[in-house]
Write a protein that binds this ligand. Sequence first.
Ligand SMILES: C[C@H](O)[C@H](O)[C@H]1CNC2=NC(N)=NC(=O)C2=N1
Length: 104
Amino acid sequence: MTKEAANELIQKVHGWSLVNEGDTLKLNRSWKVKTFKKGLEFFQIVADIAEAEGHHPDLHLVGWNNVKIEIWTHSVGGLTENDFILASKISALDSHHLFRKASK
Ligand SMILES: C[C@H](O)[C@H](O)[C@H]1CNC2=NC(N)=NC(=O)C2=N1
């Protein structure tokens, strides 16, 4: 989709940002987790959604408690509606117990 279309849809997925990485549009969101293992727990829940959707995010767990998820569609080298659907399903998770308070 175009940058214009993405700019419209991004407003509907709370907490996510639109980034342009090497000319590829991606969705991006970060959290701070309480512990390293809670980060992995979060990834497991996200993995279950990804498998159910047949759409898979890039998962990063860096510096023990910084989780970043990027979503884009590799096959088109940019964003599709599926990326926004996956992002909103991740945001709808009840996973507050895994995160540090400040990072929401
Ligand atoms: C065959 C299979 O459905 C495809 O390879 C899917 C799997 N999950 C995917 N996930 C994402 N994010 N982008 C893709 O292009 C993609 N392709």
